[in-house]
Design a protein around this ligand. Structure first.
Ligand code: G1P
Length: 295
């Protein structure tokens, strides 16, 4: 059963500077909660019980956020602020643990995932890249479907979406045996390349930042040499896994927001603010008024 998820959060977030200079980029808020909370809750809704943060000494604010802040809780309790108390207490269910492991050197995404090996052991696990927020607009969520498919078929599931040709060089790009599957479906993968040049790209299907992988990949990662950008790439380890075990590309249904850059981060704020259960209506009015003023 897939009960563990690895979230690599050690990166410095240079594309979000200066905001990310003294605050981890994952802690920047999307409306009223840090971006990382959306990703962790997505994992929890998919049945994950152990959240494994692969982190850095400059980013302890992330661990603190998921810890209990006793002084704050007793203050809110004493003042009878029950709604706020429930909000800070109920960030995660009691049966979910947050475990952190340090990545001592920035050697790439594959290296970050490999740092979690002592906790993952030989169990299957999910990887969620925290820059990417996924909204499935009330439909069954993609990560949950990927976990179900892994349980049913035993094939690793790599979430993909189409990107315009000019962006293929920014992602892992996959090749498939047959047709591109319908959204919410998987198809066997035949190749995956990290950040190819447009002319070498096998398709326009990009790896989005959600993976369900067998424990076996940890052994492969330990032997994967540096690849693109001189970094140990998760993509290269998946390419090796494909020689030994089935690997599927899962066509996502939801919408992604890349919060690792300023435009994507702002888009996520607009999206989640406009749909916020308490603030949404007010926000939509504010947005409309703002558009009038600036146009
Ligand atoms: C990483 C992966 C890449 C994937 C991308 C998704 O790249 O290496 O395969 O397509 O995340 O966001 P990064 O964005 O860390 O350069």
């Amino acid at each position: 059963m897939v009960k563990k998820a690895v979230l690599p959060v050690a990166g410095f977030g240079s594309r979000m500077l200066p905001a990310s200079k003294s605050i981890p980029k994952e802690m920047l808020p999307i409306v009223d909660r840090p971006a990382i909370e959306y990703v962790v809750k997505e994992a929890v809704r998919a049945g994950i019980k152990d959240i494994i943060l692969v982190t850095h000494s400059a980013k302890t604010a992330i661990e603190d956020y998921f810890d209990t802040l006793f002084e704050l809780e007793s203050l809110l309790e004493a003042k009878g602020k029950d709604t706020l108390l429930a909000e800070v207490r109920d960030i995660l269910p009691d049966d979910v643990s947050v475990i952190s492991i340090r990545q001592h050197r920035a050697l790439g995404l594959g290296h970050a995932v490999a740092c979690a090996a002592p906790v993952v052991g030989d169990e299957p696990f999910a990887v969620l890249l925290p820059d990417v927020l996924v909204d499935c607009a009330g439909q069954k969520e993609d990560l949950g479907v990927m976990v179900e498919k892994y349980h049913a078929s035993g094939a690793a599931q790599i979430m993909v979406e189409e990107v315009p040709e000019e962006r293929v060089g920014q992602y892992g790009i996959v090749a498939l045996k047959g047709e591109v599957p319908a959204p919410g479906e998987s198809a066997p993968m035949t190749a995956v390349v990290e950040k190819p040049a447009v002319e070498d790209a096998p398709s326009r299907l990009s790896v989005v930042g959600r993976y369900v992988l067998p424990g076996e990949i940890m052994g492969i990662l330990a032997e994967t040499p540096p690849g693109a950008g001189n970094e140990i790439q998760l993509t290269d380890a998946i390419a090796t896994l494909m020689e030994r075990a089935p690997v599927d590309a899962y066509a996502m249904r939801g919408r992604t927001f890349d919060c690792g850059n300023k435009a994507g981060y702002l888009q996520a704020i607009f999206h989640f603010a406009a749909r916020h259960p308490e603030l949404g209506e007010q926000v939509r009015e504010m947005m409309a008024a703002e558009i009038k003023v600036t146009s």
